[in-house]
Design a protein around this ligand. Structure first.
Ligand code: FAD
Ligand code: MLT
Ligand code: ZN
Length: 468
């Protein structure tokens, strides 16, 4: 493609069209090394106009584009195919916070701004940006919008979808849709903003967004609790809400095997408990709110009802950070066991216990010695039912079982009216599986949307919807 690359260099500047393998390598593989590709080139535009110019040139040449943010995704959505035919378009240079409106409760940011930077800008303005994930130091606004990311405060604030008021998007043909509005109400037809959220870069490139800001919640109370069962974790949600109402921001679950990995990585468990399940609960409110009292009352009630076996409440910011590490470091700690077959499932909260009770024996029967590392956002009915290899199996010998193991997890989830991807999206890794569990009508509608916005099929092809 010499002409296309020449035109792209003219549009973006030589140094922002990377072709040497040493320069493209970091963009060609996901953070786990689970998905690898070979890009034709990596583009690093610095403005919306440059993104539009690059997309237009690629469209004219019939070359596919793969948008990429922080490359922390779980399903290979930001990784190109390995035939050298696709361009990776990194938003990494679009890092400007365009405006913070503390009174109006909005922040306007470019797609490459890292999530933690949005949180910091909000805090500097005396506000809160509530989406929080283990990867917040690297994942971007564009990536979290494109995957509709969840995280650990969804039960109070919703997913990324709930934070977005307006978007600026470069469409697959290179036109720019300026939907950067900060309206709380706008019923003027189809909701185009929501259409691009969770589309994983298959309908266009998000270049900027208007996000909502929330009142700051400097009062925080955090506890780590030992639980008798998963059923207790589910029953605790309404109990915690009865005591704390919408001051309950976080209700997370960690299984004993997941905890052991984090402890091996150097984190300390404040509880001396033999329990098989643990939970992290956090309440947050405005300055002066007595969230400690609410938490103590809730936990006292839970202990009385045998729903909590033991609890440790953070007495300082350092202790709070220590409790959060017990939950947030599981994902990275599991990498120490070699390749992980990841699952990100959700079921109605009342079915969580059933899900866990069915999956354990079914997976053990399919592959004796398999190690389920189960944890997640129990308050959202969302578990990461991740699988590590039996110690006796080499990584390659384990991965040959991946399809069958995932089929068991997904069939069981579907039988309980659940979803096979609660918050990570589909990328290339789960696109076919998701289509298989959807009705023909639902898949047809999705294909119709894709065809309407991207008739040439050049925007992140094969992601979300499998290629036909
Ligand atoms: P990338 O990985 O670069 O891309 C993800 C997808 O978005 C790809 O399909 C890509 O093509 C598309 N995309 C990226 N930027 C754009 C853009 N500007 N326009 C259009 N499409 C774009 N996820 C959760 O939901 N909840 C969690 O709790 C959570 N915890 C995590 C913890 C760890 C330690 C890690 C490593 C990841 C975690 N994730 C979690 C997954 C991941 O961080 C999120 O999916 C995040 O939203 C990805 O953002 P990113 O910028 O890295 O996107
Ligand atoms: C998390 O919640 O820690 C991640 O979304 C889970 C994962 O790594 O599978
Ligand atoms: Zn998660």
């Amino acid at each position: 493609m010499p002409d296309l690359l020449t035109d792209l260099r003219a549009a973006l500047g030589d140094e922002h069209v990377l072709t040497a393998e040493a320069n493209t390598a970091a963009y060609a593989v996901d953070w786990r090394g689970a998905y690898r590709g070979t890009p034709l080139a990596v583009l690093r535009p610095g403005s919306t106009d440059e993104v539009a110019a690059a997309v237009r040139l690629a469209n004219d040449a019939g070359v596919a584009i793969v948008p990429q943010g922080g490359n922390t995704g779980m399903c290979g959505g930001a990784v190109p195919t390995d035939d050298g035919s696709q361009l990776v378009l990194s938003l990494g240079r679009m890092r400007r916070v365009r405006e913070v409106d503390a009174e109006g409760g909005t922040i306007t940011v470019e797609a490459g701004v890292v999530l933690a930077e949005v949180q910091e800008a909000a805090a500097e303005a005396g506000r809160l940006f509530p989406v929080s994930l283990g990867s917040e130091g690297s994942c971007t606004v564009g990536g979290t919008i494109a995957t509709n990311a969840g995280g650990t405060a969804v039960l109070r604030y919703g997913m990324m979808r709930s934070q977005v008021l307006g978007l600026e998007v470069v469409l697959p043909d290179g036109r720019v849709w300026d939907g950067l509005r900060s309206l709380r109400k706008d019923n003027t037809g189809y909701d185009l903003t929501q259409l691009f959220i969770g589309a994983e870069g298959t309908l266009g490139v998000v270049t900027a967004a208007v996000l909502t800001l929330q009142p700051a919640t400097p009062a925080r109370a955090t506890a780590w609790v030992a639980l008798p069962s998963v059923a207790a974790a589910a029953t605790l949600l309404p109990l915690l809400r009865d005591h704390a109402a919408d001051r309950l921001t976080t209700w997370e679950l960690v299984s004993r095997p997941a905890l052991e990995l984090v402890l091996a990585a150097g984190v300390t468990n404040p509880l001396d408990s033999t329990a098989e399940w643990f939970g992290l609960v956090e309440l947050a409110g405005p300055a002066g709110a007595d969230v400690d009292a609410d938490l103590e009352r809730a936990l006292g009630d839970a202990v009385e009802k045998d729903l909590v076996l033991d609890a440790a409440i953070a007495g300082s910011p350092a202790q709070r950070a220590g409790l959060w590490a017990l939950r947030e470091r599981v994902s990275e700690a599991q990498e120490s066991l070699g390749p992980t077959v990841k699952h990100d499932v959700s079921v109605p909260i009342s079915s969580l216990d059933d899900l866990v009770a069915r999956l354990g024996p079914a997976l053990e029967e399919a592959l004796p010695g398999i190690r389920p590392i189960v944890y997640g956002h129990v308050g959202d009915g969302n578990l990461h039912y991740n699988l590590s290899r039996p110690p006796s199996l080499e990584p390659e010998d384990f991965l040959v079982h991946a399809v069958e193991l995932s089929r068991i997890v997904h069939d069981t989830t579907a039988a309980l009216d659940g979803s096979i991807s609660a918050e990570h999206g589909l990328g290339s890794g789960k696109a076919a599986a998701a289509a298989a569990y959807k009705s023909d009508v639902e898949v047809d509608l999705m294909r119709a949307v894709k065809a309407a916005l991207d008739p040439a099929g050049l925007m992140n092809p094969g992601k979300v919807l499998p290629l036909q």
